[in-house]
Design a protein around this ligand. Structure first.
Ligand SMILES: Nc1nc2c(ncn2[C@@H]2O[C@H](COP(=O)(O)OP(=O)(O)OP(=O)(O)O)[C@@H](O)[C@H]2O)c(=O)[nH]1
Ligand SMILES: C=C(OP(=O)(O)O)C(=O)O
Length: 217
């Protein structure tokens, strides 16, 4: 059973690369919808014991706690990797042998069964990771005790995680775990896979008010 650590920036700063399609009005609610669908799917995965969200955003904290997540403030305040290390340390303070995995908050198409396949593969390694759909970044980094998580997210983190000694999980059929959404094009790809209900509703609002189209062109 895994403890997942999900980091989330304050919503008004989140998903800045979606500003061209969502503007500053819809962008925060879209970022929240992604996080809610990600956390709901993670909590529905049979291999997941708990989801720990590290965020300083009060609205997101309340909404994700309602779904069943444990919410920790971003006490270090030193960026993504410090937030993840903080979440992992909080889990291991209570259960030193806990298996921990960092999961991005922008996976609105996440399927519990596919996450289960990734975590089952990760159980066979001290540290392992899954590359994102673009093959440049990372969507999940896992560590089984006593290995430390050692997060090195940000930009081209696939190469960084590989260089750090983590095993790359080469799995087919786990597209929903790889499908992070940073741009309008990514959102179209996620919608084509099938997103959770909150993202589907947000995308409909985006279409109605900002003219976003779900198909390319
Ligand atoms: N708690 C916490 N989470 C962070 C921080 N920086 C980034 N994140 C989260 O880490 C994940 C990847 O972050 P980024 O790609 O840097 O940011 P983003 O909001 O997804 O997208 P951009 O603004 O377009 O870069 C997302 O789930 C973010 O919300 C931080 O300083 N603290
Ligand atoms: C932070 C990362 O993701 P992204 O910038 O694609 O959201 C990463 O892949 O390390």
């Amino acid at each position: 059973m895994w403890s997942l650590i999900v980091p989330l920036k304050p919503l008004r700063r989140a998903k800045s690369r979606l500003a061209p399609v969502a503007g500053d009005t819809l962008r925060p609610s879209l970022a929240l919808a992604f996080a809610e669908d990600t956390v709901a799917a993670a909590l529905a995965c049979a291999a997941v014991r708990e989801v720990v969200v590290v965020t300083d955003d009060p609205l997101a904290g309340d909404r994700l706690a309602l779904l069943g997540a444990r919410v920790l403030p971003d006490a270090p305040g030193r960026g993504l990797n410090a937030a993840l290390a903080h979440g992992a340390a909080a889990v291991r303070a209570g259960r030193p042998a806990a298996a921990v995995a960092a999961l991005n908050a922008d996976l609105p198409a996440l399927r519990p069964a596919e996450l289960g396949l990734v975590l089952a593969a990760a159980a066979g390694h001290a540290r392992s990771f899954l590359a994102d759909a673009a093959g440049v970044g990372t969507t999940l980094l896992a560590a089984t005790a006593p290995a430390a998580l050692g997060p090195a997210f940000g930009g081209p983190s696939r190469a960084r995680h590989r260089f750090s000694g983590a095993a790359e999980l080469a799995l087919d059929g786990v597209e929903s775990v790889r499908r992070d959404v940073d741009t309008g094009e990514d959102l179209r790809a996620a919608l084509a896979l099938g997103v959770g209900p909150r993202t589907a509703a947000s995308a409909r609002r985006l279409t109605a008010s900002a003219g976003f189209t779900a198909s390319a062109g």
